[in-house]
Design a protein around this ligand. Sequence first.
Ligand SMILES: [Zn+2]
Length: 317
Amino acid sequence: MTSGRGRDPSLDSHVVYSPRSWADIGPHVFPMEKYAGVVESLRVEDGLGTWLEPEPADRETLLLVHTADYLDDLAGGVHTPRTVASELPLTPEIAAFFVLACGGTARAARRALELGWAVHVGGGFHHAFADRAEGFCYLNDLAVAARAVQRDGLARRIAVIDLDVHQGNGTAAIFEGDDSVFTLSVHQEDNYPIKRRSDRDVGLVSFDPSRAGGPWVEDRTYLEALAPALDEVFAWGPELVLYQAGADPFERDQLGGFRLTREGLARRDRAVLEGCHAGGIPAAITFGGGYAEDVADTIAIHVETIRVAARVWREAA
Ligand SMILES: [Zn+2]
């Protein structure tokens, strides 16, 4: 199926997805249906035939990041200070969704190391801490994947490039002081969450009348701020990039204050993925947030990220 890094013409072998990536979270701003929507779009418009089905992460792997007490709370559906910080209900189905998400991102990371790039149609749950939930995140799949890859000796130096509109606070806290993982977060400073320290934070205020280029964070402002931060990541020399390609910097996002267009977001993706490709760095993509007024926009943004990756590696093949 594979013919060497960056030379596989088919999307099928790069996409990690499970139709089980869904849980009933009640009426909620998080669009669970986006995962199936992305796969359907890829099937109809891009000829996606099949995909790689992930397995749920096992407890031993989750313990590489998360504490035993917290995992017990989740498994038992127990409401404790560790679980109540979540803004989601806690049901067995929802807990299983996050365990599967960890397996999916780990699978995508291994696939990226084999093929150059891969995408987990899911994941990017960057607000989860080692010992507690936060936001819409119970388990931090990015951190679990990084640790699993390190444990298995597949990569030592790993960078997390987190371009969700919200700071990757859980990921930053988990890897604080860890020289083997570089965390970059480019986010809206005046928004949730309470910030933690990443290795490199680019916190942009949504409206700044004194800013050159315009008071709002539009495509140009964002891309100009992103470029030097990416340079710093690539100069650090990662052997694997985990890319949290949040769709919520979009101009019509309900939870974000940035004004990026869909074209601007595609340029963002290209900056990340071309940089990875040029440096010979495998990239595993996860989705993160995305709360556009019209869920079709969120789906289209995620689909475009995948198309950009496919194009970048195909162009070079
Ligand atoms: Zn977000």
